[in-house]
Design a protein around this ligand. Sequence first.
Ligand code: HEM
Length: 558
Amino acid sequence: MAILSWHQRQLNKSYLYNPTANTLTSILTFIQFLFYLLPLAHVMAGSLLAIFTALLATTITIILIQIIRYNRRYTSLHLPPGPPCWPIVGNLFQVIFSGKHFIHYMQDLRKQYGPILMLRMGFKTMIVISSPELAYKALIENSQQFASRPAESYSRRLFSSNKFTVNSSLYGHEWRSLRRNMVSGMLSTARIKELRLTRSRAMDRFIERIRSEAAASPDGQSVWVLRNARFAVFCILLEMTFGLLDLNEEHNAQIDAVMKKVLLLTGSRMDDYLPFLKPVFYSHQAKALAVRREQIDTLMPLINRRRAILKDCSVDPNAAPFSYLDSLLDLRVEGRDKAPTDDELISLCSEFINGGTDTTATAVEWAIARIADNPSIQCRLYEEIITHVGQSRLVDEKDTENMPYLQAFIKEVLRKHPPTHFSLTHAPVHPVSKLGGYDFPPDAGLEIFLPAISEDPELWSRPNEFDPDRFLTGGETADITGSAGIRMIPFGAGRRICPGLALGTMHIALLVARMVQAFEWWNHPSQPPLDFKDKFEFTVVMKTPLLAMVKPRVWYGK
Ligand code: HEM
């Protein structure tokens, strides 16, 4: 109710501009003008100009008819408030010329328009919610209603094999089969436990890499945190995906480089919002195809090697006993009579690797920044490790489960610095949907703005302060799945909640524990003081990447 009445006050603002009427008038005037021009042009400059004018008139008419049809769908709806918009481009230029990244601009809009607002980004409509109540309604109470995904751009369809991945597939049996397979095949508690050795080996290599990078640096102590954490997680996920244990770091780095190109190409572009600009971005499609080719050429040999091992394990007796790929090779998806094609295998495997790499590494960078910034937190984490593990062995993932301060610290990192500020875009399953008392246009995407929830002053005491103790002596709780009430949902919530939640949190805890056990951490003196400002780069990372100084702990390695 409070949401509704708040919005009634804002409502007028969103209708300052009537898009349909204004657009119609300008369209008709323009078309009239062009057709008047036609005979004149014929006489004056011959048939070439006439043909050109006719073509122009036809193109513009097609575009404008599309706009009218698009706007007409909206006139009968009771829509959430939002900034006034322009014809055709909607709010696109306001966002672009705000001088801020969308994740920061959103904070301003939220203050102005409230917890549910609508933005028209060219031909795309976004409904953004930023309150725990609305997120609970959309994701938990009516979890099926918004459990689908929107239509995708050309590049995204290409890299997802036409939406044949868990994250991109529409709500339905295809998604259910793929997701069930990913969870039971690789992400269930039992499966995760079986992969303990993979992680332990990767952690040893990771600590060694930090040690040698520091030793090779000019002052013998400097380390880039994000890059190293990212590579460690990438190698673990690569091993989980293909079950090949003999890939060397150089080869892994090559695969990683291709994956990064994919991420760059699947980001949003202007023609995603204004489809009539597609011809202008024609070269981008060719580039996307070339990168897809490169991705196939890089991953296909790994798939074929695994196939050979499954046929005859003597080909590589050291290979892992199971991998995510194994679960996909004979997968029967409901409603389909064939196993995934090679092209689809590439998309599914890439999704597994990409889903957990940047997200996890980002959280680790924020965690180490907090540790470097606060000696008392660093000291308490180290003492907890010593208490549980002693000084003669390496901390492992079982230990981390029983370390309440470490667990509270990780939770606070995810509350204060969720690696993604928006969950993936949701879409309504059925055309008629309502949310927060408003109509939800059938072609709109639902965005959940996560930091607004985890820093809501009505839910959290001192929300802007970083304080792991809030989860211990402070008595605050948070179920990060959101099913018992939404307070922080860095992994989303409801049916499309991140299936990698358990693996992701375990990776963060293990990496942080091993890093603190092995080294003392500081912000490098050559760097500006830590200010915890963020920026968007696939995920929401530190604005100034963390260059840390490390000092090996005295006992370690002896
Ligand atoms: C700290 C680590 C991670 C964070 C913060 C994170 C966050 C998220 C978020 C916010 C979503 C969107 C949920 C929604 O649509 O409402 C998501 C979805 C997803 N994540 Fe993660 N994730 C992490 C790790 C992982 C890992 C390790 C994997 C797999 C190996 C993974 C695979 C996926 C997949 C497949 C989806 C799509 C789920 C669906 O549409 O049904 N994520 N993740």
